[in-house]
Ligand binder design. Structure first.
Ligand SMILES: Nc1ncnc2c1ncn2[C@@H]1O[C@H](COP(=O)(O)OP(=O)(O)O)[C@@H](O)[C@H]1O
Ligand SMILES: [Mg+2]
Length: 269
């Protein structure tokens, strides 16, 4: 490597998640390695149950203790090694260096606090802003994720917003600390197609503008084609193919990728 080579935003080596089920150990993530380059949108694509969410939770340090054991040779954000990091230090990294956007934003938003208060608290806690500054930052962030009436959104409670609006709020909160990496786990699966497109466009535009790298988890090859630069194809806990998106669609190398493409095109053979 030369000195001009930019450090990857996220580098994962030998990541394994083992789940204890009855008397069996299931390797739901099985020794995967990949790099998320600076500024790119990287898809992690594969069928339901192949281990995508467990991969995301493992990187975030969010696999519940009783639901799986995480092992990794290395998980690095830039030069920071997360694989050996104690939970107290991980809490500082989450939100500041790496944020996650979940499939269902209602579970991530607190129903009893207004959007403004939840968003401001991110700026106050992580960016050490005053109440007034945090309010101003929140208004600006809401505008950048496409809300024209930011003051009204600030006063709203989560249940008063549509699914697409809530997901845009979550993008704003995830972006609040200008993290190096965002992991978005099927962020638009619960939304209708038009809203899906708006939310994904906001997310990927904002990522490209701010230099935040995005790992976009999806089972939808249409989303991969439209919004991602490269893709990792996952099957049964392993990464079976890694390719530029153009190449993935024109010259899929792995039989599993070809079957995914065929299934998406409605070909039964
Ligand atoms: N808490 C759990 N207990 C037992 N098995 C689980 C648990 N969570 C996930 N799994 C299993 O682990 C595998 C990977 O799950 P997941 O990462 O959620 O897949 P994906 O996000 O790709 O749909 C699946 O086969 C799932 O059934
Ligand atoms: Mg999942």
């Amino acid at each position: 490597m030369t000195s001009q080579t930019p450090v990857d935003a996220l580098s994962v080596r030998g990541l394994t998640v083992t789940i204890q089920q009855e008397s069996q150990h299931l390797r739901v993530v099985d020794g995967i390695s990949f790099n998320l380059r600076s500024g790119e949108v990287l898809a992690l694509v594969g069928e339901s149950g192949c281990g995508k969410t467990k991969t995301a939770e493992a990187i975030m340090g969010l696999v519940p203790r009783d639901s799986g054991v995480v092992q990794a040779t290395s998980i690095r954000i830039g030069d920071t090694e997360l694989a050996v990091m104690p939970e107290a230090a991980m809490r500082q990294i989450r939100g500041r260096e790496i944020s996650m956007i979940f499939q269902e934003p209602l579970t991530a938003l607190d129903p009893v606090f207004s959007i403004g208060s939840q968003m401001s608290s991110v700026f106050r806690r992580h960016r050490k802003q005053s109440r007034t500054q945090a309010r101003q930052s929140s208004l600006e962030m809401l505008a950048s994720v496409g809300f024209p009436d930011t003051a009204r959104v600030m006063r709203s409670y989560p249940h008063e917003l549509s699914g697409g609006m809530r997901q845009r709020v979550m993008i704003g909160m995830a972006m609040a600390c200008k993290p190096r990496v965002i992991i978005a786990d099927e962020p638009t699966t619960a939304l209708d197609v038009t809203t899906q497109a708006q939310v994904l466009a906001r997310l990927t535009d904002l990522g490209r503008k701010t230099g935040t790298s995005i790992l976009l988890i999806t089972h939808d090859l249409g989303i991969v084609a439209q919004y991602c630069d490269r893709a990792l194809v996952m099957s049964k806990g392993k990464i079976v193919e890694e390719a530029e998106v153009k190449q993935l669609f024109t010259r899929p190398a792995h039989p599993y990728t070809r079957s995914l493409l065929a299934a998406a095109a409605g070909i039964n053979d």
